[in-house]
Write a new protein. Structure first.
Length: 94
């Protein structure tokens, strides 16, 4: 089979709201992934072990996979600027 096994990999989640928490739970419980995340505010109530990192750059530095779970609308433009930061990380995969 082609592809990469995700068990034991680190998933980085940007935006730990309702959807981010659901993704984190599925990644951890379903695939055995470790979870790191960045959120604008402190997140304290999680049902799984996860580490909140200070900024998006820290998430990108340690994550094997990155998920953007940010709200849509005008405010998302700034958050989605993170795609520019992903370019160096994506270059490692080529």
């Amino acid at each position: 089979m082609l592809g990469r096994h995700v068990t034991g990999a680190i998933v980085g989640i940007v935006g730990m709201g309702r959807i981010g928490k659901a993704i984190a739970a599925r990644c951890h419980l379903g695939f055995g992934m470790r979870v790191v995340f960045h959120n604008r505010s402190r997140v304290s109530a999680l049902d799984i072990p996860a580490m909140q990192l200070a900024d998006i750059d820290a998430v990108l530095a340690v994550a094997d996979f990155v998920v953007l779970a940010v709200p849509g609308g005008a405010a998302a433009g700034v958050a989605l600027g993170v795609l520019g930061w992903l370019r160096p990380a994506l270059a490692r995969w080529r």
